[in-house]
Design a protein around this ligand. Structure first.
Ligand code: ADP
Ligand code: MG
Length: 265
């Protein structure tokens, strides 16, 4: 695997330390994250996997500054998000982070071209035309630039969303189940695109998914269960990820201690 524009080894584009997130209070409290420490290396494609409700989206939202931690710290590069005010946090999200969601979230009244440069326009910046042109080339939508999102297939819309996320050359792109609404062929195209963003364009991608086939596109997979980091796997394949997931799905709620004579987790 070649990294044409890679960051020095060991540099983290984003990380959380001792991250805890509690929703609600008292008897109704849900410990969505329970002391997670994990880094997302710059220039790499990391997938976050785990059973439904294991805290994947919460981890992504807190790491990306879309939500705040109850305890612990989240960093984008060297910047601790908890040290920022609302306005600084908004600026950081705009300038240093790209987002891709399951539901595409394109602006229906804007063209493809306008959607792609929207984050830059909102930030009052000027698109780097060379970069944006290269991006349009990679997403393969050069002949659709004047179209509206409603004139595109779901897969094409999500490719526009990926281009939009990358347009401002963010430090890290966070994607939450980006293939969740797509058929496997369109999903594969979006995953290839995320992979090329990392391997050919030097970007950092962190993707939440519950699909082992999607996770296999990543350089490394981190596994969550019950709000805790339980494993990491480099060089994943769909088969090895599926295997690991099977053992996690079998974990009893509140696992951590295995029952006497129980199976290993
Ligand atoms: P995943 O993305 O792995 O499915 P989530 O991070 O969405 O998991 O959720 C983790 C846990 O936190 C779940 O038990 C979920 O019900 C709970 N949760 C998530 N968001 C909220 C919220 N806004 N209010 C209350 N509970 C929440
Ligand atoms: Mg989720």
């Amino acid at each position: 695997m070649t990294h044409t524009v890679s960051a020095p080894d060991g540099v983290m584009a984003a990380r959380v330390a001792g991250a805890a997130k509690v929703y609600g209070a008292g008897d109704a409290a849900v410990h969505a994250l329970d002391g997670v420490t994990v880094g997302f290396p710059a220039g790499r494609f990391t997938a976050i996997m785990g059973p439904s409700g294991s805290g994947k989206s919460t981890l992504m939202h807190c790491a990306a500054g879309l939500d705040t931690l109850s305890a612990g710290a989240a960093f984008i590069g060297e910047t601790e998000l908890g040290s920022l005010g609302d306005r600084q946090l908004t600026l950081l999200r705009r300038e240093r982070i790209g987002f891709v969601f399951q539901s595409f979230n394109l602006v229906p009244t804007l063209t493809v071209a306008e959607n792609i440069t929207l984050p830059i326009d909102l930030a009052g910046g000027r698109p780097d035309t060379e970069w944006v042109d290269a991006l349009i080339d990679v997403v393969g939508l050069g002949d659709r630039l004047a179209h509206r999102p409603s004139e595109l297939s779901g897969g094409q819309q999500q490719r526009v969303a990926v281009a939009r996320a990358l347009a401002g050359r963010p430090d890290v792109v966070f994607a939450d189940e980006p293939t969740g609404n797509l058929d496997s062929r369109s999903g594969g195209e979006v995953l290839d695109l995320l992979g090329r963003a990392v391997r050919e364009m030097g970007r950092t991608v962190v993707m939440v998914t519950h699909d082992p086939g999607a996770a296999a596109h990543a350089d490394e997979v981190v596994f969550l269960a019950d709000g805790r980091l339980v494993d990491r796997m480099a060089g994943p394949t769909a088969a090895t990820v599926l295997d690991r997931m099977k053992s996690l799905d079998g974990r009893p709620a509140g696992a951590g201690t295995s029952p006497a004579g129980g199976a290993s987790a």
